[in-house]
Design a protein around this ligand. Structure first.
Ligand code: PGA
Length: 259
């Protein structure tokens, strides 16, 4: 049984004070919600303060990005060691905004995943097709290529944690659905999720593959989350815009614990 996971990606929003305020409010709202794992990904600048704000709560911390080297002359980059030092358990890798604006290739994504795993972080790896690719019927082809190249050379043993969790989460985020208000239908998403699950079982052993959570992302909001979460292959959500509002995010979390 995979426990549902809801991740709030705050992107490049909020001052430190605003981030702490959001974290405090969220902490109160989700404190009794059991049976679901809740993660927030504030901007780097607010990670330390949010870490302190959520201490002792059921909310975990994620970074939004990471560099692939542990240290050195890489001006402006943030290393996996630094993220670990701030008590992040997760890191988002290969978000479509990074692939698009910062030209992150599957090879870069692969290096970053390896760096995260090497440093005992859990990687939330994003994949997804553009509108043009969907219209040209290339969705599965694009997903397969992103998954295979992104996960190349990663061993089963690198993914297992000591408490039987898996250090890898996949987020299926169709690019045309991110921040557009236009979400994939539950059945469209479920179809891609099932395909990702099949690919994972070709790459990893069954024990690992069946425990990797596959999240849906792209305009998840309170009005569509319950329906999305009820799909068999959808294990949770990566939420952007709606995670900046406490009530909306809490409603999405609630819809996941009711499944
Ligand atoms: P959105 O973003 O919920 O605002 O569409 C999702 C994401 O980019 O992870």
């Amino acid at each position: 049984m995979r426990k549902p996971l809801i991740v709030g990606n705050w992107k490049m929003n909020n001052s430190t004070a605003e981030s702490v305020d959001l974290a405090e409010k969220l902490k109160k709202t989700v404190k009794d919600m059991a049976g679901v794992e809740v993660v927030v990904a504030p901007p780097f600048t607010a990670l330390g303060s949010v870490r302190d704000a959520i201490k002792g709560s059921n909310i975990k911390l994620s970074a939004q990005n990471v560099f692939w080297e542990d240290k050195g002359a890489y001006t402006g980059e943030v290393s996996p060691l630094m993220i670990r030092d701030l008590d992040c358990e997760y890191v988002i890798i290969g978000h479509s905004e990074r692939r698009e604006y910062f030209k992150e290739s599957d090879e870069i994504v692969n290096k970053k995943i390896k760096a995260a795993l090497r440093n005992k972080l859990k990687a939330i790896v994003c994949v997804g097709e553009s509108l043009k690719e969907r219209e040209e019927d290339k969705t599965m082809q694009v997903i397969e290529s992103q998954i295979r190249k992104g996960l190349e050379g990663i061993l089963n043993s690198e993914l297992r944690t000591t408490n039987h969790e898996v250090r890898l989460v996949i987020a299926y985020e169709p690019v045309w659905a991110i921040g557009t208000g236009r979400n994939a239908t539950p059945s469209q998403a479920n179809e891609v999720h099932a395909y990702i699950r099949k690919l994972l079982s070709q790459i990893f052993n069954e024990d690992i593959a069946s425990n990797i959570k596959i999240l849906y992302g792209g305009s998840v909001k309170p009005s569509n989350s319950a329906e999305l979460m009820s799909e068999k292959e959808i294990d949770g959500a990566l939420v952007g815009g709606a995670s900046l509002d406490t009530d909306s995010f809490a409603q999405i979390v609630r819809s996941a614990c009711m499944v």
